[in-house]
Design a protein around this ligand. Structure first.
Ligand code: SF4
Ligand code: SF4
Length: 56
């Protein structure tokens, strides 16, 4: 699994980067990018994203 990013909605704010406990998210070309091998599906970033760009 791993979180999915709706790149059309993502603003690149990086809130999710700070929120992720395992540093699975980075910003590439102003969009969030999830490392599928690192993500533990905890859902923290989904709750923290201000524009609901993330989903499990
Ligand atoms: S918190 Fe949401 S809008 Fe901000 S970078 Fe992450 S996915 Fe994009
Ligand atoms: S679901 Fe959890 S582990 Fe996966 S990217 Fe979001 S905050 Fe990080």
């Amino acid at each position: 699994m791993a979180v999915k990013v709706d790149k059309a909605t993502c603003t690149g704010c990086a809130t999710c980067v700070s929120a992720c406990p395992v540093e699975a998210i980075k910003i590439t070309a102003e969009k969030a990018e999830v490392n599928e091998d690192t993500c533990i599906d905890c859902g923290t970033c989904v709750d923290e994203c201000p524009v609901q760009a993330l989903s499990l």
